[in-house]
Write a protein that binds this ligand. Structure first.
Ligand code: GTP
Ligand code: MG
Length: 202
């Protein structure tokens, strides 16, 4: 089955996007297949609310492992089945903690297999002073690698926050030639455009 992978730095909103986008596509009960960085697998069934509560967090590196969700996407011409793959957050440079390091390697190993890559960037943090750069070398690497195929888009997330408008301008400037879709994973805005992009590239 073709996969649509969600990738990006820690805390940019990958998991909230995965859960809410699945909801937008009509999935209310989430059967999620987890694969830990050590390769152990298990399944959990969660409601939307439970998934948001348990799987998302304001603290970075909350997701450690792959979280796979099968989706039947309804469209004008029937349905398309695909796997929505949420991944562990990336860091610039090599992470200190071995589990995070392994999780990051596991994430990167999926890039080659994915039919569609949705690269999330937190538009509200771009240009802000902080301990972690909002757009860092790892984003350039993902854009370079992902941009070699057609099914690659940058999702500028957290557009509901006031700082995000300026962040989006900067993202457009720094990633010319790429598809850039502004979204709010929280408010589910921009999802129609994302759906259209995913549909076209599956
Ligand atoms: N305001 C706002 N907050 C958001 C949005 N998307 C995510 N968040 C918040 O950002 C934080 C991180 O969200 P996650 O979905 O856990 O981020 P992640 O990219 O999966 O993070 P890791 O799994 O740690 O890599 C949470 O507190 C979310 O509620 C958004 O569109 N708007
Ligand atoms: Mg996550």
């Amino acid at each position: 089955m073709k996969a649509c992978m969600i990738i990006g730095k820690a805390n940019v909103g990958k998991t909230l996007f995965a859960v809410n986008f699945a909801g937008y596509l009509g999935v209310s009960r989430l059967d999620i297949d987890f694969t830990t960085p050590n390769g152990e697998t298990y399944r959990r069934t969660l409601t939307q609310k439970e998934a948001v509560e348990e799987l998302t967090s304001p603290n970075p590196h909350h997701t450690l492992g792959l979280q796979r969700l099968e989706i039947q996407m309804p469209g004008l011409k029937g349905k398309k089945r695909f796997a929505l793959l949420d991944t562990s957050g990336l860091t610039d440079g090599i992470p200190e903690e071995s589990m995070v390091r392994r999780a990051m390697a596991q994430t990167l190993a999926q890039v080659r297999e994915a039919a569609v890559i949705l690269h999330l960037i937190d538009a509200s943090s771009v240009g802000k002073e902080g301990a972690v750069e909002a757009v860092g070398p790892v984003d350039w690497q993902v854009a370079q690698f992902g941009g070699m195929r057609t099914g690659y888009a940058i999702l500028a997330n957290k557009m509901d926050l006031p700082e995000a408008a300026a962040g989006l301008v900067q993202i457009r400037r720094e990633f010319p030639g790429h598809v850039i879709l502004p979204i709010s994973a929280l408010l589910k805005t921009g999802f129609a455009e994302v759906k259209q992009f995913v549909w076209r590239h599956l």
